[in-house]
Design a protein around this ligand. Structure first.
Ligand code: AR6
Length: 172
């Protein structure tokens, strides 16, 4: 499903964020230390190999809402943008911090002249965000940022289950 504006397009799909070979960059739902973990961070670091953790080490720690960019190592992409989402119920204001992840990732991508970027549902796993809230914040933040983007032409939300995909579809 696609939602158009004059410049960039937003689509949603079911899949694995570590297997998006047609995208220039993927976003990691990172931990503060930017190292491997469960969920998205585990999948990305496993596929990228240990070089990603090595490149990340001097960039850590990051704070909730922040984003940093690295190479993609053995992944089929050019870049990985690492975002630390807020922990639901702990990092406040969680809605603004989650929106900041999407805004900062898109700003970094555009600065790097990246044309296509895939996001997972940041904070909607181990960090406990209800998927409905996470989807509303993510799609709203992306849509607000889209008109400002010069280089990013394609934004993809990659969801890990049919039910999460359906929640995001309803937002579009
Ligand atoms: N591709 C796409 N989506 C995925 C994948 C995948 N391979 N794996 C899980 N998801 P999470 P968070 C979905 O926990 O909530 C880590 O351990 C998942 O179903 O990866 O931001 C880090 O080290 C959920 O909807 O990220 C951090 O400590 C969404 O991606 C912490 O978890 C995010 O789940 C970050 O927690």
């Amino acid at each position: 499903m696609k939602s158009d504006n004059s410049k960039a397009k937003l689509e949603v799909t079911l899949g694995d964020i570590a297997n998006q070979p047609d995208m220039d960059a993927i976003v990691n739902a990172a931990n503060a230390q930017l190292q491997t973990g469960g969920g998205v961070a585990g999948a990305i670091h496993r596929a990228a190999g240990p070089g990603l953790g090595d490149e990340c080490r001097p960039l850590a720690p990051i704070k909730p809402g922040e984003a940093v960019i690295t190479g993609a190592h053995k992944l089929p992409n050019k870049y990985v943008i690492h975002c630390l989402g807020p922990v639901y119920g702990r990092d406040k204001p969680e809605d603004k911090l989650l929106a900041a992840c999407y805004e900062n990732a898109l700003r970094l991508a555009d600065k790097q002249q990246i044309a296509s970027l895939a996001f997972p549902a940041i904070s909607a796993g181990a960090f406990g965000f209800p998927i409905e809230e996470a989807a509303a914040i993510a799609t709203d933040a992306i849509r607000k940022k889209m008109p400002e983007l010069s280089h990013v032409k394609k934004i993809r939300m990659v969801l890990f289950s049919e039910s999460d995909l359906e929640v995001f579809r309803k937002q579009l």
